[in-house]
Design a protein around this ligand. Structure first.
Ligand SMILES: Cc1ncc(C[n+]2csc(CCOP(=O)(O)OP(=O)(O)O)c2C)c(N)n1
Length: 665
């Protein structure tokens, strides 16, 4: 539908195609052929039809969750779209996405978003990639009027304005924020004013007239291509049906329903109310007949299609391993952890001309901890840059850039701040490869730092790795040494899947011997730091230092502990855990700085019990922070955190049980 002149007959045909399609989906939903809630775009079809008539095949579209019309307007095969909605194997996403998350990258449709507003920052990243590639590609993202009240929507617009991105934000204002009239929520009638306030060129557009939409999008696209984007278009439109297929609209006044019917774009086209010309009756009849036959054929085909095979449910969570690149190995040098991270970024920025590094204060200032110092000077403001304080936009844009194959390393200043934008990691990044069966992926690296340091407050000190490691689809690592800080960051950047690396600011000034260059590792694998058969201490991140110190102290007492640094919590090195468990005859102590309850130590303990039950002679012990909030006063912090002496005492207890056990000695 992207090409060809938009005559009145053509506009009628394209809009009626979506209309008949949606009506059939409604019928199939009522019949039970389509499971779950389905959100139809009845009444709103002129927006995708008008927009796509103005865009080029190279441009990219991201849509609201009410987005079947966008997929069809982009040129997706209607049978494959209907098959997806009906959860059939030949669906465009093989039944993995369903109605509200479908995507079709082959036609430039990067997908709907079932988290309202979340597509806005992602579109920013797609636009960033357009600048990196010099492709003059324009990105259009549509959201509803209700979604305009999401923080992600505002953050995404702020970010686009800050970076001058070629994005067209389309607000499909149908007057309803789900079941609540938008007028009862918003003080001002025109949402376009919000864009104006952000310095974004913004217009109110008649969204039931495909020609007006086309002209507005054409003008916006020209501005974006000329480097004058972004643009916000508020398309006023109507919803001709309920919020979802089973909505009886008990909340909706009759006059609102009547007003919507009067603005129906198909009626307007028939009356000659838009496009400057009345639709010929014979043309209309011919188009209607053609569409009825087409939709009947598609429906019949979809009814016969098989559901996805249950055997396929585990496929495409992560990329299959592939060889990693290598560079010449340099002689080891004594470096701080912070400098090791900085060098990894520098080496990868040199090796990958499309890599972007950004975040709050990352550019000119070189990061609040100096980790990115001098990188902007070396690589320029288009590759290493500062962002607004908009975590959803930072993470979402990284997701979007990744969709176009542009790798990013984004910094979230404190792990605690990630909580305001977790959606972009958990609902967005983690889903992309799986939903798209590897046709799309998002190779982004999030760097953050966490943990307790003297005086840090409860909102600047949490250890959140378990929260992230819980999520399939992302990888999570914590480097404990300068060498691993260098190696794991390069591994994360080389990895084709979204990766979160959690540093600890108490480690930044620690030093160690670091070999730079060389073969890039895979984003996986634990590391053994000490070898001993009396017990195994399993740890990660900043706790490693205390664990090694405790193990060295115990060694003087002839208690020998294996020290295993897990490094990567997802994927988890089960084989290394199994070896350590076997070597220590099942005497295990797990140490982490995160709170004990629900900490990742619980997962490690559960796996050991599940997989090595026969070798476990004593209860596995865990040492984590006590289950309270992290206080700011250093004396209180020490009362909460696992101390080196607690590690030594617990390890000694475990080892002494071993000494007392005649079955072992
Ligand atoms: C972040 C988020 N909050 C709430 C919802 C639940 N929800 C689904 S659709 C919807 C209404 C969105 O209204 P609007 O953006 O105006 O889109 P419309 O339904 O009018 O197309 C809501 C609240 C959601 N999907 N995502």
């Amino acid at each position: 539908m992207r090409t060809g002149e938009l005559t009145v007959a053509e506009a009628y045909k394209r809009i009626a195609m979506i209309r008949r399609f949606e009506e059939r989906v409604l019928a199939l939903s009522r019949e039970g052929v389509v499971a779950g809630s389905v959100h139809l775009c009845l009444g709103q079809e002129a927006i995708p039809v008008g927009a796509l008539a103005a865009l080029q095949p190279r441009d990219r579209i991201l849509a609201t969750y009410r987005g079947h019309g966008w997929a069809l307007a982009c040129g997706s095969d209607p049978a494959a779209v209907m098959a997806e909605i009906a959860h059939r194997q030949p669906g465009i996403n093989g039944g993995r996405a369903g109605s509200a998350l479908l995507s079709d990258p082959d036609v430039g449709f990067l997908g709907e978003n079932s988290i309202v507003g979340a597509g806005v920052p992602i579109a920013d990243g797609v636009a960033l990639a357009s600048l990196v590639h010099g492709s003059r590609r324009v990105v259009l993202v549509s959201i509803g009027d209700g979604a305009m009240n999401q923080g992600a929507a505002t953050e995404g617009m702020v970010f686009a304005a800050a970076r001058n991105l070629p994005v067209i934000f389309v607000c499909e204002n149908n007057g309803w924020s789900e079941m609540t009239p938008i007028a009862s929520i918003n003080r001002r009638a025109d949402l376009a004013e919000r864009g104006t306030a952000l310095g974004i060129e913004s217009h109110v557009v008649d969204g039931t007239d495909p020609f007006t939409v086309r002209d507005a999008v054409a003008d916006a696209a020209a501005k974006c291509r000329a480097g004058n984007g972004p643009v916000l278009l508020e398309c006023k439109t109507v919803r001709l049906s309920g919020h979802y297929t089973k909505d009886i609209e008990h909340y909706r006044p009759k006059d609102d329903i009547a007003a919507a019917a009067a603005a129906d774009p198909l009626t307007r086209l028939q009356k000659g109310d838009c496009g400057g010309q009345q639709l010929d009756d014979a043309d209309r009849h011919r188009i209607d007949q053609h569409l009825t036959k087409l939709i009947d054929e598609i429906t019949a085909a979809v009814r016969e299609m098989p559901p996805p095979s249950p055997m396929s449910a585990l496929e495409h969570l992560y990329a299959s391993p592939s060889p990693t690149p290598a560079s010449p190995q340099n002689a080891p040098a004594e470096l701080t952890y912070q400098r090791a991270v900085n060098l990894a970024l520098k080496d990868e920025l040199e090796a990958r001309p499309d890599l972007l590094v950004y975040g709050e204060d990352v550019g000119q200032a070189g990061g609040i901890f100096g980790v990115t110092r001098s990188l902007q000077k070396q690589f320029g403001n288009s590759r290493v840059f500062d962002t607004p304080i908009s975590e959803a936009a930072i993470l979402g844009s990284a997701v979007g850039a990744g969709l176009e194959g542009v790798p990013t390393v984004v910094e979230i200043m404190w792990a605690d701040f990630m909580l305001v934008a977790l959606d972009q990691i958990i609902n967005q990044a983690a889903n992309i490869r799986y939903i798209n069966r590897s046709k799309l992926s998002t190779p982004l690296t999030v760097r953050t730092q966490q943990g307790v340091t003297p005086g840090s407050c409860a909102q600047h000190s949490q250890s959140l790795e378990a929260l992230l490691a819980h999520i399939p689809g992302i990888k999570v690592g914590l480097a404990a040494t300068p060498q691993d800080a260098y190696d794991m960051l390069r591994a994360a950047i080389a990895d084709p899947d979204p990766t979160v690396l959690i540093e600890h600011r108490a480690l930044y000034q620690t030093t160690g011997s670091v070999s730079t260059g060389g073969q890039i590792q895979r984003a996986e694998g634990a590391r053994k730091h000490r070898d001993g058969r009396d017990l195994a201490i399993i740890t990660w991140g900043a706790s490693l230092g205390d664990v090694i110190a405790a193990a060295d102290e115990l060694a003087e007492e002839q208690i020998h502990a294996t020290v295993l640094d897990l490094r990567w919590l997802r994927p988890l090195d089960d084989a290394a855990i199994a070896r350590a468990t076997a070597d220590a005859s099942g005497r295990i102590l797990i140490v982490h700085e995160a709170c004990t309850t629900g900490g990742f130590g619980a997962e490690v303990a559960a796996r050991i019990y599940e997989r090595h039950f026969g070798t476990i002679l004593d209860p596995i012990r865990r040492l984590g922070a006590t289950d309270v909030r992290i206080p700011s006063a250093p004396t209180l912090q020490q009362a909460v955190l696992p101390s080196k002496s607690a590690i030594t005492d617990t390890a000694r207890e475990l080892a002494q049980k071993r000494a007392a056990d005649p079955a072992i000695r």
